[in-house]
Design a protein around this ligand. Structure first.
Ligand code: NAD
Length: 269
């Protein structure tokens, strides 16, 4: 078993962290070699299998990422922007593949990943599922095929705990639509309308976010014109799709040159 690529999960106790632990443990392509949580978390020092209420997994949660990274070939990171930046520096030092699922990173934070990507492979995507990455490609194509008479709106829905809006996936779809139209998303994005906003501007791309209950993730890309509408929709019902995508990315990155990649590269779409 020791020849299988060793994976560290950061944010191990989170919604995605737990799903990643299960996915890696059940996989015959990789092994779980470390779990990182933030200092002071009650999982620190505990076996992560027991902490999840199941059988022991022989992996103890630590708040020392360097110690965990030293044993691994890849780190899968679904945490928070500041934490992800810290992990990127450490993963580059250890020459690990860094799979970043964390969303809500600012442009400045994304730019700050560049030095790490000179030394190690980074795969970052706002959504790791095959279906959404396919939807991204379809969105680009449909946006390129339709003229500006079609208003583009992106509607997303997520669970009540999500802290960022619009979702990373919605922004990814917005980028794809803007690329298809040959425009810059930053110049045409309408995020969060409220009050007397005036009529919709032609060529703009609008975003709406719904938050509630335990919704895993739903995205509609709406192309609306006079007399007709096209809706491209993806519905995730199980976080396992993101975890399996992230594991695929970690394995894919093993023999790649340092640099920044996304799931379109991994899936060869
Ligand atoms: P969550 O709040 O349940 O989990 C985040 C975990 O990270 C927590 O356990 C927290 O303690 C831990 N953490 C925070 N700072 C840390 C640090 N410095 N060191 C170690 N651990 C730290 O959130 P979640 O629902 O699991 O989502 C996590 C992130 O992943 C969010 O940004 C979310 O939007 C994103 N996400 C991405 C995808 C994708 O496919 N790319 C899918 C789902 C969620």
């Amino acid at each position: 078993m020791t020849h299988l690529p060793g994976i560290v999960v950061t944010g191990a106790s989170g919604r995605m962290g737990r799903m990643l632990i299960r996915t890696i443990v059940e996989s015959d392509r990789a092994q779980l070699v470390g779990c990182v949580e933030r200092p002071g978390h009650d999982w620190i020092g505990q076996d992560v299998g027991l902490a999840m209420g199941g059988a022991a997994l022989d992996v103890t949660a630590t708040d020392d990422p360097l110690e965990a990274f030293a044993r691994a070939q890849a780190v899968i990171d679904f945490t928070a922007p500041e934490a992800t930046l810290e992990f990127a520096t450490l993963a580059a030092q250890a020459r690990l593949v860094h799979v970043i699922g964390t969303t809500g990173m600012s442009e400045t934070q994304i730019e700050a990943l560049a030095p790490a990507a000179r030394h190690a492979v980074i795969v970052r995507a706002g959504n790791m599922s095959l279906g959404v990455n396919l939807l991204t490609q379809l969105t680009r194509k449909v946006a390129a095929a339709l003229d500006r008479e079609f208003d583009i709106e992106i509607i997303e829905a997520h669970h009540r705990h999500k802290v960022d809006a619009p979702s990373g996936t919605a922004l990814m779809l917005g980028e794809a639509a803007a690329e298809g139209r040959g425009v810059n998303l930053a110049d045409v994005a309408d995020r969060g309308r409220d009050g007397i906003t005036g009529a919709r501007k032609e060529g703009h791309i609008g975003f709406s976010a719904i938050r509630g209950g335990d919704i895993v993730g739903e995205h509609d890309v709406l192309f609306a014109a006079r007399g007709e509408r096209i809706v491209l929709r993806h519905v995730a019902t199980d976080r396992g799709v993101f975890a399996r995508g992230a594991l695929t990315a970690a394995l894919w990155g093993q023999d790649k040159a340092p640099g920044q990649y996304d799931m379109i590269d991994v899936l060869g779409l």
